[in-house]
Design a binder for this molecule. Structure first.
Ligand code: PAF
Length: 291
């Protein structure tokens, strides 16, 4: 496995490859969930002998002024060891000066109905930062396919739409969320939790399972309505608050566009997903469950 820090070297190495790469963009501080994305990329790459490329770049553009850009763990040596173990071929780890040699004035701004809801409502500009860096990385790496985790459900949907609308020749794959034994979704930010908070953190997926069961039961009985969903969402928020969490949202949305399901969607078989974001102490966690 090779680690490259420059665009020139990246291009030179990719020019010699037998096929366009399969790409996994990351911000580093890798855990088993990321390694699973690399394994998935290996499977996609196998038939063409394409190289698997991972990027490691903590993207300032997607952090708000009060977020953890400065303290986000930079663990390149450890990340590189892990990536080599799971069969990554090339790591692109540019400096900020390499990726943003001048202020990034041109941005990819996703449509407000996708990007200013849920995560975007609580993290203004987040999806513009993500879309801009991913578009730029796609241009530099030129992948045939890219793999993203479903844990960042809204991010995956926005990037899929970006690829389609911009006509990028890239297949976007979503990989299921990897979970700890107790069910907590793996996340780089789990490292911020104290031992006590880590034990409590499992409540987030427990709650989503409870939402799934309630929605499933009402749907099976033919009585799922806006009012019923609103009640389930409100009770879930209350349950988190009662356990000293500060929830931003617990919602049931349509899988395809994350919009509020219509009464007809609820009555019929429209695929739904429940999504949540909540703060536990100083750590903000997100999770989701397809219903
Ligand atoms: O999901 C992430 O780690 C980041 O948002 C991504 C896609 C690497 C862009 O910086």
């Amino acid at each position: 496995m090779h680690i490259t820090h420059t665009i020139a070297d990246l291009r030179e190495r990719l020019a010699a490859a037998p096929a366009r790469p399969v790409f996994v963009p990351t911000m580093g501080n890798l855990h088993a969930g990321h390694l699973d994305l690399i394994r998935r990329a290996r499977e996609i790459a196998a038939p063409t002998g394409a190289p698997v490329v991972a990027s490691i770049f903590v993207n300032r553009l997607q952090f708000g002024p009060n977020e953890d850009f400065d303290t986000y763990p930079r663990t390149l040596a450890r990340d590189a060891e892990l990536l080599a173990e799971v069969g990554c071929d090339l790591v692109f780890a540019p400096s900020e000066a390499e990726l943003y040699p001048e202020p990034q004035g041109y941005k990819v701004v996703p449509p407000t109905e996708l990007a200013d809801i849920l995560e975007g409502a609580f993290r203004p500009g987040f999806f513009t930062g993500v879309s801009t860096v991913v578009h730029k990385l796609f241009n530099l790496v030129g992948p045939q396919a890219a793999v993203f985790g479903k844990k960042d459900y809204q991010q995956l949907m926005i990037l899929r739409n970006m690829v389609r609308q911009m006509g990028l020749p890239i297949e976007v794959h979503g990989a299921d969320t990897l979970r700890a034994e107790d069910g907590l979704a793996l996340s780089s930010r789990n490292g911020y939790l104290s031992a006590e908070e880590r034990a409590e953190a499992v409540q987030l997926i427990t709650l989503l399972r409870c939402v799934r069961d309630q929605v499933g039961a009402l749907r099976a009985a033919g009585t799922l309505s806006h009012a019923a969903v609103a009640q389930i969402e409100a009770r879930a928020m209350e349950a988190l608050r009662a356990r000293q969490w500060q929830p931003d949202y617990v919602v049931v949305r349509r899988q395809r566009d994350l919009l509020v399901p219509t009464e007809a969607d609820l009555a019929q078989a429209e695929p739904l997903v429940s999504l949540t974001a909540a703060r536990l102490g100083k750590t903000r966690l997100i999770d989701n469950l397809e219903l």
